[in-house]
Design a binder for this molecule. Structure first.
Ligand code: NDP
Length: 248
């Protein structure tokens, strides 16, 4: 029997990239998948039908994770539609890369509001049910940028560093209730987020990554699978780098 059969997984930002890869992996393991997107309805509907083809339930919702009250309504709707939530993956995220001297207040706020406040908003909306059920699993997709810091990313590094600290604090707070909270900090992963990079820049990354290549969404999805499995039942509060060794 597939180990996630009957589990309801909520993924923010599932329409593309890493979130999409996680959705398909967990659906193939038997989970019912609920995911949000921001604008890309066509991509969301395509994923929804790919999930259903795996003989599990799949549903997309257009929800901006920045909006606390909309997120609260969304989680209430999920509970009506699916009956419960077992697993939350906070994945939605954006970059607006600029040197600090060029960064506007809006560049700063958009990134913090999406990546960090979005993580707070969805976790806050789910946590009471996890506490009542005395079980739950939260995985935050942060970034090595939040561990080592990267130039032209003070907004992004701060948001992801915040997610890492959030992960550790919440893990301690809720461990006694049987809830695990971990973060995955990917290095460079081939998605639309890297679309602004030239081939030359990508080749340079291949050279500096000890494992010799840019990561794939499957590399991150594999770590999510592990963290949700019984093999990880004694793991909480960790920031697991999936970066080919880049941050060593
Ligand atoms: P993509 O840009 O490919 O996809 C981003 C996803 O987030 C989309 O589904 C998008 O929806 C959704 N999204 C964006 N803003 C919002 C919002 N306000 N509300 C709801 N959903 C939103 O990114 P990746 O897949 O590359 O990144 C996923 C996560 O992984 C992010 O948190 C990112 O920071 C992190 N990460 C990525 C790395 C990489 O190299 N790719 C490296 C390290 C971390 P829509 O399709 O509607 O726009």
């Amino acid at each position: 029997m597939k180990f996630l059969k009957g589990q309801v997984v909520v993924i923010t930002g599932g329409s593309r990239g890493i979130g999409r890869g996680i959705a398909l992996r967990l659906a193939s393991l038997g989970a019912d998948i609920v995911f949000s997107y921001n604008k890309n309805k066509d991509a969301a509907l395509k994923l929804e039908s790919e999930i259903k083809a795996l003989k599990v339930k799949g549903k997309s919702y257009c929800v901006d994770v920045k909006d606390f009250s909309k997120v609260k309504e969304w989680v209430a709707d999920i509970k009506k539609d699916f009956g419960k939530i077992d697993i939350l993956i906070n994945n939605a995220g954006i970059i607006i890369d600029k040197a600090l001297m060029m960064m506007t207040e809006d560049d700063w706020s958009q990134v913090i509001d999406t990546n960090l406040n979005g993580t707070f908003n969805v976790s806050r909306a789910c946590i009471v049910d996890f506490l009542k059920a005395k079980k739950g699993n939260i995985i935050n997709i942060s970034s090595i940028s939040g561990v080592i810091g990267l130039p032209r990313q003070v907004n992004y590094s701060a948001s992801k560093g915040g997610m890492n600290a959030f992960t550790k604090a919440l893990a301690k707070e809720v461990a006694a209730y049987g809830i695990r909270v971990n973060a995955i900090a990917p290095g460079f992963i081939e998605t639309e987020m890297l679309s602004a990079m030239t081939d030359e820049q990508k080749n340079k990354i291949n050279e500096i990554v000890p494992l010799g290549r840019i990561g794939r969404v499957e590399d991150v999805a594999g770590c999510v699978e592990f963290l949700l499995s019984d093999s990880a039942k004694y793991i909480t509060g960790q920031i697991i780098k999936v970066d080919g060794g880049l941050a060593i």
